[in-house]
Design a protein around this ligand. Structure first.
Ligand SMILES: Nc1nc2c(ncn2[C@@H]2O[C@H](COP(=O)(O)OP(=O)(O)OP(=O)(O)O)[C@@H](O)[C@H]2O)c(=O)[nH]1
Length: 267
């Protein structure tokens, strides 16, 4: 059978990224409470393609993933990326993994339990220089507006928001730790199961902790800045404003790195 992908190409155009996108795949991730958690990921995998090749060998991406998809952690991902580079004769290999991560949360007053899902992302890149990983988690929270509270005789507009926390770190940081930082920094966390006593508590707790999106981004950044394990961070807060047709947004990127490392654009 002719191997079209291996045919020479004469257009002299280097392709930074070729590969597969949107692969739904079962994975196992580390879980601080239970050891491991099975979930379903959407995976993108890319390599670079030198000018002389017509196409990459797409079947090899999934062949490599088949060997490594259990126990997704940085060591395993480093080996997966190195094997991709070798199998596809590439200089750079990239993997992007997004998955729902479930934690059981107890309501603040009644301890009623329910699963809350958090969107987690792992970005990994391997070049001749080495390996680079960014871990991200989107945390749903509540924000209550400080201005609305200050100027109104009664009440204050409040809404759900999402705080995206992106970190590069020297040592393992649990997603649970980043989730806790975001929830403690917001006006209030959000839950799946809430009884009336819980609802009363959260309503009053949020009112006592008003937060602009700027406040929440800064509060989270302060906590990340003081964590010696963290080499780089980016915090994005987007609040789904209850009184606007648009959202409010704030972003802070750690001053340690330039923006070129910013492989965490949302969407
Ligand atoms: N490079 C490339 N491959 C594509 C594209 N669209 C589909 N493919 C598929 O990629 C698959 C080929 O993958 P390869 O890994 O080259 O398959 P193979 O040559 O049998 O496997 P190897 O012997 O490992 O190279 C086929 O199913 C192609 O149809 C494309 O746009 N670009």
């Amino acid at each position: 059978m002719k191997d079209v992908q291996s045919q020479p190409d004469r257009r002299n155009i280097y392709l930074q990224r070729v590969g597969i996108k949107g692969l739904l795949y079962p994975i196992t991730v580390m879980d601080r409470q239970k050891g491991f958690q099975d979930t379903v990921a959407t995976i993108n995998m890319y390599v670079d393609l030198p000018v002389q090749f017509r196409g990459t060998h797409m079947s090899r991406f999934v062949e490599v993933l088949n060997k490594y998809h259990l126990g997704i952690d940085p060591r395993v991902l480093g080996e997966l990326l190195e094997e991709l580079r070798k199998k596809l004769k590439a200089k750079t290999a990239v993997v992007e993994i997004e998955f729902p991560y479930f934690m059981t949360k107890k309501a603040p007053v009644t301890n009623a339990e329910g699963f809350v899902s958090y969107t987690c992302r792992i970005f990994g890149q391997k070049t001749e220089e080495g390996c680079d990983f960014t871990f991200s988690v989107g945390v749903p929270v509540m924000t209550l507006c400080p201005c609305s509270k200050e100027i109104s005789d009664r009440g204050a507009h409040n809404q759900r928001a999402v705080a995206w926390v992106h970190v590069k770190s020297k040592r393992l940081i649990w997603f649970e730790e980043l989730i806790q930082i975001a929830e403690e920094s917001a006006s209030a966390p959000v839950f799946t199961v809430l009884k009336r006593p819980d609802e009363k508590f959260l309503t009053e707790h949020a009112y006592d902790n008003p937060r602009f999106v700027e406040d929440l981004a800064r509060e989270i950044a302060l906590r990340l800045k003081s964590d010696k394990r963290i080499e780089w961070y980016k915090v994005e807060v987007e609040s789904f404003e209850s009184i606007h047709t648009h959202n409010a947004y704030a972003c802070v990127i750690s001053e340690k790195e330039d923006f070129s490392n910013d492989d965490t654009s949302l969407g």
